[in-house]
Ligand binder design. Structure first.
Ligand SMILES: *[C@@H]1O[C@H](CO)[C@@H](O)[C@H](O)[C@H]1NC(C)=O
Ligand SMILES: *[C@@H]1O[C@H](CO)[C@@H](O)[C@H](O)[C@H]1NC(C)=O
Ligand SMILES: *[C@@H]1O[C@H](CO)[C@@H](O)[C@H](O)[C@H]1NC(C)=O
Ligand SMILES: *[C@@H]1O[C@H](CO)[C@@H](O)[C@H](O)[C@H]1NC(C)=O
Ligand SMILES: *[C@@H]1O[C@H](CO)[C@@H](O)[C@H](O)[C@H]1NC(C)=O
Ligand SMILES: *[C@@H]1O[C@H](CO)[C@@H](O)[C@H](O)[C@H]1NC(C)=O
Length: 295
């Protein structure tokens, strides 16, 4: 285990940014990318971050030239956010309207995660066993469609209106919907922030790089979620999925913790909050630099 400081949670060497890939060529590309980012970081005076001191105070006190000014959520702006990798399916919002408050598991693994067939089917069967309503984002390319399409069709016939599958969801609207009870997520940073801003507890299913460390924060530091354990074949089984869904939804403390984080995160971007103050002092710094040049 690697621990950068006593105040930071440890990381597993196999979860370092570049090590979670299988082929050497990709490992090399990612490693070089990170070295490049590190070099760029050394040349900057400030490094603006889409995070907040409230979420990871230890990290920001170790690196004082990182300036957290987030979360920079689209919902904080008046503009409509355009531009997604995939086309959104807004019909799921009407489906959510019909579900009881805090009952739906929202499952989305971001833009890049890939599932093999075994794991994909196991997840479907775990959702079936859990007996909760669910909204599942099955993005094109999430798994091999040619081998899973027939399975998925039969599966959804079985599930009926209890479940809904979409190829891409208007995620921030879904997460803010009162019917949603928890977020099963790959723990990418966008998704992590969007979930905590809405006070949702997490079921963590990280896939690569920083997602593992984000999972550590969600589960061990913020205590607002649970991770899954793989079995001896490297599979997260349907039984494990059912157990963790029950454990998370059956224990109010996860939601309570998530609501505490929500309050901290949303107040940090308001006037007087720490992200707001950091942004103001950055703007002030630009003005002073500017005058410095003129003078
Ligand atoms: C998907 O599965 C089919 C049938 O097993 C196989 O022929 C095809 O190459 C697979 N596609 C990908 C992208 O792995
Ligand atoms: C900052 O993070 C939020 C929450 O994940 C995300 O929605 C937003 O797009 C990010 N903003 C930028 C500028 O990257
Ligand atoms: C996160 O949000 C930003 C800003 O909206 C977007 O540019 C970026 O593509 C998102 N990241 C991923 C992995 O979707
Ligand atoms: C999660 O990962 C992102 C990198 O994408 C990083 O900026 C952020 O600090 C991580 N969050 C935590 C709490 O470790
Ligand atoms: C899927 O991945 C698991 C874990 O690595 C492996 O045990 C299983 O055989 C894989 N299944 C297929 C169909 O490739
Ligand atoms: C950002 O805000 C935090 C919390 O108010 C503060 O401790 C920190 O010093 C600020 N960072 C900078 C570089 O001003």
């Amino acid at each position: 285990m690697i621990q950068l400081s006593e105040t930071l949670p440890p990381m597993k060497p196999e979860n370092l940014g570049w090590t979670s890939f299988e082929d050497v060529a990709t490992i090399e590309v990612i490693f070089k990318l990170l070295i490049g980012a590190e070099e760029a970081y050394r040349m900057t005076e400030w490094f603006l971050c889409n995070s907040t001191t409230e979420l990871e105070p230890e990290a920001f006190s170790l690196y004082p030239d990182l300036l957290p000014i987030g979360p920079l959520l689209a919902s904080n702006r008046l503009a409509y956010q355009a531009g997604h990798f995939w086309k959104e399916d807004p019909s799921c919002l009407a489906w959510l309207d019909q579900k009881p408050e805090r009952s739906v598991i929202y499952i989305a693994f971001g833009s890049f995660t890939i599932f093999n067939q075994t794991q994909f089917k196991e997840l479907a069967l775990g959702l079936e066993l859990s007996n909760q309503p669910f909204l599942w984002v099955v993005r094109p390319g999430l798994t091999n469609e040619s081998t899973t399409a027939a399975f998925l069709e039969g599966f959804m016939d079985q599930i009926g209106s209890r479940g809904r599958i979409v190829s891409w969801a208007p995620q921030q609207k879904v997460l803010a919907h009162p019917s949603v009870a928890c977020f099963m997520s790959h723990c990418g940073w966008n998704s992590t922030l969007e979930g905590v801003t809405n006070g949702l507890p997490f079921l963590c299913w990280p896939y690569f790089t920083d997602q593992f460390y984000n999972e550590t924060y969600i589960c061990d530091v913020w205590k607002a979620g649970l991770g899954f354990k793989k079995d001896e074949n490297g599979i997260i089984t349907r039984g494990e999925i059912k157990d963790k869904v029950e454990q998370l939804l059956g224990d109010k403390t996860f939601r309570d913790k998530a609501l505490v984080i929500k309050e901290k995160v949303t107040s940090s971007v308001r006037e007087g909050g720490c992200s707001h103050r950091n942004l103001s002092s950055f703007i002030k710094w630009i003005h002073e630099e500017d005058q410095g040049y003129v003078g």
